[in-house]
Design a protein around this ligand. Structure first.
Ligand code: GDP
Ligand code: MG
Length: 291
């Protein structure tokens, strides 16, 4: 058997989370068109019985830290650099390749790498070809694959390339496991995703979600979660007139949570709380799961 850790790196918005979900055929990582949606390292397992087990890690995009939250996010990138057997370097093929190269070179990778040119669905063929040639000339550019994570194109070839580079070894996790994170975590993430969807450019970056209660009752699952923001004014926006926005948020999140839980009925209760400067407070970062 072959088994190993395949970690996904790249700039914000390159499509790392979309690629993880596409490879697993399951939505584990939340996705938005805003940068810095992913704050944690999220692992997903892909097992082909008696053949291979790949432990994929999605990571936050590589950024310059501005807050303690950002520092935590970059620490999770660092830890993913340390335990990778294979590194996937994702590039939005529309992006500036030279800039991506600067970032990838700075990672000082010492494991096999695959450059994944993503968003092939919206890049002209000659541009893709030029990007492929550019990366093939880099020291880490032995393997370059072209995919569309969104349209699930080119994934089989990428998977074959990964498996061929994967070390020999026994599986780390049971065949039936998909991830090592608790259900509660994904519930919080799905709520957070809807905040990115519903609110403009400010609120999502100031918000955290904390799931306080997850109780399986006879006919449904009761979930209570807090949405944490930094200011009273943000709370007012989140609630909306007569509570209309928080209600909409709850409805959208509940539908996705029910789908994630295999169609079980969910009762979701959301409260909004103000915690000034939580993004810079060690205690609160820990409390909200940003260790
Ligand atoms: N057109 C196109 N859009 C994509 C593709 N992959 C991801 N996206 C979009 O790019 C945005 C960022 O994706 P996300 O996976 O959150 O990027 P991340 O920040 O690297 O995790 C989202 O709006 C995705 O729908 C792709 O293959 N083609
Ligand atoms: Mg992401």
């Amino acid at each position: 058997m072959k088994a190993g850790f395949v970690n996904i790196f790249g700039k914000p918005n390159a499509g790392k989370s979309t690629l993880l979900n596409a490879l697993l055929g399951e939505k584990l990582a939340i996705v938005s068109n805003k940068v810095q949606t992913t704050r944690h390292r999220i692992k997903g397992f892909l097992t082909s019985p008696n053949t291979y087990q790949i432990i994929f890690s999605d990571t936050p995009g590589i950024i310059e830290p501005k807050y303690k939250l950002h520092e935590r996010m970059m620490q999770s990138v660092k830890s993913a650099l340390e335990d990778a057997d294979i590194a996937l370097l994702i590039v939005d093929a529309n992006d500036d390749v030279a800039e991506c190269n600067t970032i990838f070179a700075s990672l000082k990778l010492r494991v096999p790498t695959i450059v994944v040119l993503n968003k092939a669905d919206k890049v002209p063929a000659d541009k893709l070809k030029a990007a492929t040639t550019f990366f093939q000339e880099q020291p880490y550019g032995k393997y370059v694959c072209t995919v569309s994570a969104l349209q699930k194109l080119g994934l089989d070839a990428l998977l074959q390339q990964i498996v061929s580079l994967l070390p020999q070894g026994m599986p780390f996790y049971s065949e039936d496991d998909l991830t090592d994170l608790p259900t509660k975590f994904f519930v919080g993430e799905l709520i957070r995703e809807k905040i990115y969807e519903l609110f403009g450019d400010e609120i999502p970056y100031h918000a955290a979600v904390m799931v306080n209660e997850f109780k399986e009752k006879e006919t449904l699952i009761k979930i209570q979660a807090d949405v944490i923001v930094q200011r009273e004014t943000q709370k007012v926006i989140l609630l909306g007139q007569g509570g209309s926005m928080i209600k909409q948020l709850g409805t959208l999140a509940r539908k996705d949570i029910e789908a994630f839980l295999g169609g079980q009925k969910v009762f979701l209760q959301l409260f909004v709380k103000v915690r000034p400067k939580w993004r810079d407070n060690d205690f609160q970062l820990k409390e909200y799961g940003y260790l």
